[in-house]
Design a protein around this ligand. Structure first.
Ligand code: SF4
Ligand code: SF4
Ligand code: SF4
Length: 395
């Protein structure tokens, strides 16, 4: 346990609240408002008041957990100080279900601060009137008490640790613009033109991601929605069922089974989720799907109508075949294929069974002749049965 809690006691409640106001500490995340207002509101609650600290429920990236991992004492003492200010009957720290190891690591230390650690999302309905506190805000509060507070907004750029930048820093100054076709931040996709007017403060969970021509928006959206599905507690029908439908449609599209009706269906489900869900998990996942489909409709059309993944990521649109003019019938590819998808014998042109092929690419690496090709377009004429090397006629 650090000196922070003692320091806070020495400063006194009234002075500390003035300091919080003076430093203009804002709640981090999706519900940005002055911390002092949140403290006053919690103090006004009738009956027992609790502190519920964690990330925003919708934050499936969890990049700011690094603050807790790097300096658990700072975050925990911030929660404890907040508890002291509102006279909390109990304090809880919520960590994502997948963070069981971190939970076990933090728990003994948290007990020193009388904080209960749970693997769950915050139940917004049951915690009405209590103090909901983002981990980054807790850290700011501890820093303020210790005299080390620096104003700014935490961002987490790819491959980097969280760092504070001025909230009005342009997103395009933080992430290079070359070759970027989309930005993902604040749980939404943006075009580069839109991103030009965005600032660090718009990255509501700190994460700023740039997607290039090599990234498939549909695949990325499917991955995010799957994480949201895993985070959903399932209490709201629209979140539970909507997420199943939204993720299903993205997956179908990436597997070449997309339908034109998916665009309307996504809009209908997404909008309903935005209005009919209790917490940010349902609301935010709707935004992810809606912004992807609305702003990158061309990419969806390419998958659904043109049978093409512009990024070349969705393997269902990729064909791997053996060029009959180049194959020498050596058999090297057949030996490495884990799916048993290659047919052939010595001195015969080998053939790939498209239904069995998993597109793993191992045969491409193994073929020294460079006879195994990959295309997102139409297949050329290929032998329909085993043919001796040199005997295949193109026409
Ligand atoms: S939106 Fe509803 S179902 Fe989804 S996680 Fe929040 S409370 Fe649970
Ligand atoms: S495709 Fe390449 S590795 Fe396979 S049999 Fe032909 S030449 Fe050999
Ligand atoms: S891509 Fe993989 S599964 Fe397909 S034929 Fe080649 S080695 Fe076999």
């Amino acid at each position: 346990m650090t000196k922070t809690f003692e320091n806070a006691g020495a400063i006194g409640y009234a002075e500390l609240l003035e300091k919080i106001k003076g430093a203009n500490i804002m709640e981090y995340g999706l519900k940005r408002e002055p911390l002092s207002d949140k403290i006053y509101a919690a103090c006004a609650k009738e009956g027992d008041v609790y502190v519920h600290a964690g990330l925003n429920n919708a934050d499936v990236d969890g990049a700011l957990l690094a603050l807790l991992k790097d300096d658990a004492d700072a975050v925990l003492s911030g929660i404890a100080v907040a508890g002291m200010l509102v006279g909390a009957a109990a304090k809880f720290l919520y960590l994502p279900e997948r963070e069981k190891e971190l939970t076990e690591e933090i728990r003994p230390k948290a007990e020193e601060y009388k904080i209960v650690v749970v693997n769950d999302i915050i139940n917004v309905r049951e915690s009405e009137g209590d103090l909901l506190l983002h981990l980054a805000t807790a850290k700011d509060l501890a820093d303020l008490v210790d005299g080390t507070f620096a104003a700014g907004h935490y961002v987490v750029l790819p491959g980097e640790a969280p760092k504070k930048v001025a909230p009005d820093t342009k997103v395009t100054d933080l992430v290079p613009q070359d070759g970027v076709k989309a930005y993902y931040l604040g749980y939404q996709y943006y075009t580069p033109e839109e991103a030009a007017s965005l600032t660090a403060a718009d990255a509501t969970n700190g994460v700023i991601r740039a997607l290039t021509e090599k990234d498939c928006i549909v695949t990325e959206t499917a991955k995010l929605l799957l994480k949201d599905r895993e985070a959903s507690c399932g209490r709201c029908v629209f979140c539970r069922e909507g997420l199943i439908q939204l993720e299903y449609m993205q997956k179908e599209i990436t597997q070449a089974r997309g339908k034109a009706s998916f665009a309307d269906l996504t809009t209908e489900i997404g909008e309903a989720m935005g209005y009919n869900t209790l917490c940010t998990v349902g609301q935010v996942s709707a935004d992810i799907a809606l912004s992807a489909m609305k702003k990158f409709g061309d990419e969806y059309d390419a998958h659904i109508k043109k049978n093409k993944c512009p990024a070349g990521v969705c393997t269902s649109f990729v064909h791997i075949y053996i060029d009959p003019q180049t194959c020498t019938g050596c058999g090297d590819c057949l030996d490495v294929c884990p799916a048993d998808a290659i047919e052939g014998k010595a001195k015969f042109i080998h053939m790939i069974d498209e239904f069995e092929c998993t597109k793993c690419g191992k045969c491409i690496e193994a073929c020294e002749e460079g006879a195994i090709m990959q295309t997102a377009g139409k297949l050329p004429k290929l032998p329909s049965r085993l043919t001796k090397v040199g005997k295949f006629k193109k026409h």
